[in-house]
Write a protein that binds this ligand. Structure first.
Ligand code: HEC
Length: 99
């Protein structure tokens, strides 16, 4: 037979689990994503191939600084055509500008 104490402990335990899950959910929803816009998929594919795309999504900088960042990525091994580079730079400068 289950004692009342055991039943109460179960209820408290479930309540804690439920509260924890509820507390975690909004944090997951806030996980940084790239804003919608033209060439978003291109940026995600190119800039998300070595590291999480979140690394890009949390960054905000001027067009000049994004250009320098892309030069830095080329140093890490990024290979893109000049046309794609221009499209990505336009996206970054438009949707993730300096604050
Ligand atoms: C060839 C691999 C590679 C590709 C492709 C790449 N990166 Fe990176 N990126 C790196 C490495 C390596 C680091 C530094 C590693 C670390 O700090 O964890 C980095 C770091 C960063 C950082 C944080 C450091 C900083 O300078 O602020 C940003 C922002 C960034 N990358 C943006 C981009 C963007 C935008 C693109 C697409 C144009 C891109 N990355 C594509 C390799 C790459």
């Amino acid at each position: 037979m289950m004692t009342l104490g055991f039943v109460k402990a179960c209820v408290v335990c479930l309540a804690i689990v439920a509260a924890t899950l509820l507390a975690i959910t909004p944090l997951r929803a806030q996980y940084p994503k790239l804003p919608d816009g033209p060439n978003r998929e291109l940026v995600e594919a190119v800039c998300g191939s070595c590291h999480d795309i979140e690394m890009v999504a949390i960054g905000r900088r001027s067009e000049e600084r994004w250009s320098l960042t892309m030069d830095e990525m080329v140093g890490y091994g990024l290979r893109i055509t000049p046309a794609d580079r221009a499209l990505i730079l336009r996206y970054l400068a438009t949707y993730l500008p300096a604050k």
